[in-house]
Design a protein around this ligand. Structure first.
Ligand code: FCB
Length: 437
């Protein structure tokens, strides 16, 4: 840890300092916060809200149903006006600035920009120009996602992610947006979490278009990789200086029994399809790696996933900070700058969030210390928001939203995170938080 300053605490332990210029912020996505969208998800929500509310009782544990009774209400599953961030982005960025964020990730809603195929809406470009100007005015570096899962309706009619036109339509739209807004942006994230779409929409069949078809899943892998590759070329044609990547959800996958050859082999196969395949398919077309970490899985031959889930979020997701360290170490071989573009948890009571952030950052710092080039961290999410097929009940925000009044309230953990953002360092870990060698 020679390259970084260390500050001594009273017991002699050291503060962990991050590299100069480290980006600190939070992320959102258009459909989850803006409100008033009209895309394939909007449509799907209307058709499925009743069913999702009915199914919730069988899906979630009793404590979750008691804690979040709104999950039984169909209204929970309609994104509607969401956080009205479309109209309140300045207020939200004021809050982010007051929390010492120096960067922010958000997505542009394709269906607003290109409501009909080939017809672009200049007013919506103007809207996002104001969003970007608002960030710049507050000293926040924007990370702009071009596709965070939602498709315009005309594209959905052509088959959505399975359409043979998806890739060139996406590249065309990307080229348009970047040529209009590129003066305000350095970092472009083309596609958000391709493997989440593939697994949830085409393998488990929970998300629109709810297919359970391995051939469709393979096709979408190719389509999304092609979309990224084509968009990459178009964006770089506009300006070589742009930094372009895609957001990759990375699961920390371990064999349940490391002595078992079969468990180890199973872990390798999972690791390939979940974490590495898309990177391979987009080789040479990434200027940085955008890593997103939520999940730790222990796999057992022939493929059963078993988690301890001892410490969990409101959604029952295991909290396992060490996983981010292994993920980052595995990315070192690509020799590219890395930004953690999402990491967060649902925690309505805000009991675990501050520790969650701190512990993940301790492990990220350790990876940096060991030579991994991590340059930024974006907590998911700035605001409570609409969590896809789960709706509004999971509360991921640094800022709480009262969905009745749309009032914003900063959670205590956001203030703890703000201290880290401001000082660019974490207080010395307590003895029980120190990492084993
Ligand atoms: C990620 C998604 C993001 C949000 C978080 C909780 O996989 O990119 O939109 O839903 O999970």
């Amino acid at each position: 840890m020679d390259n970084f300053d260390k500050k001594n605490s009273s017991d002699g332990s050291k503060a962990l300092t991050f590299p100069a210029g480290f980006l600190w912020g939070a992320a959102t996505a258009a459909h989850q916060v803006e409100g008033g969208t009209n895309n394939d998800w909007t449509q799907w929500e209307k058709d499925n809200a009743e069913r999702l509310a009915k199914e919730a009782a069988g899906k979630w544990q009793t404590w979750q149903q008691e804690k979040f009774p709104e999950m039984l209400d169909p209204e929970n599953y309609i994104s509607g006006r969401a956080c009205d961030h479309y109209n309140r982005f300045e207020e939200d960025f004021d809050l982010a600035k007051s929390l010492d964020h120096n960067a922010h990730r958000f997505s542009i809603e394709w269906s607003r920009i290109e409501p009909e195929e080939g017809k672009f809406d200049e007013q919506e470009i103007e809207h996002y120009r104001h969003v970007l100007q608002a960030l710049r005015a507050r000293g926040m570096e924007p990370f702009v996602t071009l596709w965070h899962w939602t498709n315009p309706l005309w594209l959905e009619e052509k088959g959505g992610c399975e359409s043979k036109d998806f890739a060139c339509n996406f590249a065309y739209y990307s080229q348009y947006v970047v040529s209009k807004l590129g003066d305000l942006v350095n970092f472009w994230v083309t596609i958000n979490e391709p493997t989440s779409v593939i697994s949830n929409a085409y393998v488990s069949g929970n998300w629109p278009p709810q297919k359970k078809n391995i051939f469709a899943a393979q096709k979408v892998y190719r389509v999304l990789a092609d979309a990224h590759n084509q968009a990459y070329v178009e964006i770089k044609k506009i300006n070589q200086k742009f930094q372009v990547g895609f957001a990759n959800i990375l699961h920390f996958i371990e064999p349940l029994n490391s002595n078992s050859f079969f468990d180890r082999a199973t872990a390798k196969v999972f690791n390939y399809f979940v974490n590495r395949k898309f990177l391979k398919m987009t080789k040479n077309n990434n200027d940085f790696l955008a890593a997103q970490y939520y999940f730790h899985s222990r796999v057992k031959f022939p493929g059963k996933i078993k988690n301890d889930n001892k410490i969990i979020s409101d959604m029952g997701w295991e909290i396992y900070p060490e996983g981010i360290y292994h993920i980052l170490k595995n990315l070192k071989k690509y020799n590219l700058p890395i930004y953690v573009t999402e990491n967060g948890l649902a925690d309505v009571a805000d009991e675990k969030r501050a520790e969650f952030i701190k512990n993940h950052l301790i492990w990220i710092h350790r990876a940096i210390d060991e030579g991994v080039d991590v340059r930024g961290y974006f907590y998911w999410s700035l605001l409570d928001n609409f969590e896809w097929d789960k709706g509004f009940w999971p509360r991921f925000g640094l800022i709480e939203i009262d969905y009745k009044t749309l009032k914003r309230k900063i959670r205590p953990s956001a203030l703890e995170y703000a201290k880290i953002c401001k000082s660019n360092e974490i207080d010395p870990p307590r003895v029980d938080e120190r990492l084993s060698p």
